[in-house]
Design a protein around this ligand. Structure first.
Ligand SMILES: [Zn+2]
Length: 347
């Protein structure tokens, strides 16, 4: 599975040979269905050794864990990495001098900051997403509460349990730096639970679903993906609006490739927004790596020559990720599709 180390390896990897990157959605009903998708993606590319490595993995090693796969191959350098992912991705193929990381950036962003709490009258189970995986907090809060309740005859044990669950959840979510919360349980329990959260935490709750405490991890993940993706769409629409408004006022926002690349060079981009289908050629300085939308005679920063690159947006994504910025890949948003790329600025 994906790890921080794996991500930095992919971000740093560069080859003089071509790197084949494949994202494959494996949620289709039968393995034959996604193998067919894979074969049609491979059609027309001429990288036989890489194709062989990928087919070999799918046929003999992959045991269909997770909902999708990220595959990276540079056969000339015997580089091959396969990461099953527990969240779904759109199938796609990419060839370039580096692994294609944009969909990974998207997963880390879309699921990275989510926390999930399952709440009932006795206690809570807590989860958070780590690198696209749903991880459950060890130890169920309820056990402890049961014991305490046995000896004490509190006037309102349910009320107290839920209050303690809320405190327990806040501590856990705080530690995991959760910024978006999904809640599972009955309406009544969730209403009580939310009443016990301070205003600031209440505003982080982006969705609820009804799921019993005995739900398995798979069911929790299914619900989290469903509710989470609807909330995600809404949140992204808000960011796009914020970006467009700020850019129109020449405040903390930019739109379009030229202004975005300039802001990225100045280290001003806090959140980079890219339309899912946006690709644009650009120019990169062979000296300092400066990106430009239009060809210039020489780099204004180091004087070196510019080389044409096929996808300036992908290079910008990588740059912002390496600088610790946030990357949002925006889907199905006409306003984002119009501008293609843009950003929210730090200053
Ligand atoms: Zn330069």
């Amino acid at each position: 599975m994906l790890s921080d180390k794996a991500i930095s390896e992919l971000l740093d990897y560069k080859s003089d040979n071509l790197v084949l990157s494949i994202y494959l959605n494996t949620t289709e009903k039968t393995p034959e269905a996604y193998k067919l998708t894979l074969r049609s993606m491979l059609k027309g590319i001429n990288m036989p050794s890489d194709e062989e490595a990928i087919i070999r993995y799918i046929e003999h090693k992959y045991s269909r864990e997770g909902r999708s796969l990220a595959l990276f191959s540079c056969a000339a350098e015997k580089f091959f990495r396969a990461y099953p992912l527990s969240v779904p991705v759109h199938s796609r193929i990419h060839i370039g001098s580096k692994p294609y990381v944009r969909p990974l950036a998207n997963i880390l962003d879309a699921y990275g900051a989510y926390g999930v709490a399952l709440v009932d009258k006795q206690g809570a189970r807590l989860f958070h997403f780590h690198l696209g995986e749903l991880v459950e907090q060890e130890g169920v809060m309820g056990d402890e509460v049961h014991q305490v309740r046995g000896v004490q005859s509190s006037k309102n044990p349910v009320k107290r349990n839920i209050k303690e669950s809320a405190e327990f959840a806040m501590a856990f979510f705080g530690e995991k730096k959760v910024r978006r919360i999904l809640l599972g349980g009955t309406e009544e329990n969730l209403a009580q639970f939310q009443n016990n959260l301070p205003k600031k935490w209440q505003s982080l709750v982006v969705g609820t679903f009804s799921l019993g405490m005995t739900a398995n991890q798979h069911e929790v993940l299914d619900e989290a993906i469903k509710v989470g993706s609807a909330a995600e769409e809404k949140r992204e629409a808000g960011l796009v609006l914020q970006m467009n408004t700020a850019a129109a006022k020449h405040a903390e926002g930019v739109v379009g490739l030229r202004d975005t690349l300039r802001a990225s060079h100045e280290g001003r981009i806090q959140t980079l927004l890219v339309d899912e289908n946006y690709h644009a050629p650009g120019y990169q300085c062979e000296g300092c790596g400066h990106l430009a939308a239009e060809k210039q005679d020489s780099c204004p920063f180091c004087g070196e020559q510019f080389a044409k690159i096929t996808d300036a947006a992908e290079v910008a994504v990588r740059k912002v990720m390496l600088a610790g910025g946030v990357v949002e890949i925006v889907r199905d948003n006409p306003k984002m599709a119009e501008v293609g790329i843009g950003g929210l600025l730090r200053y």
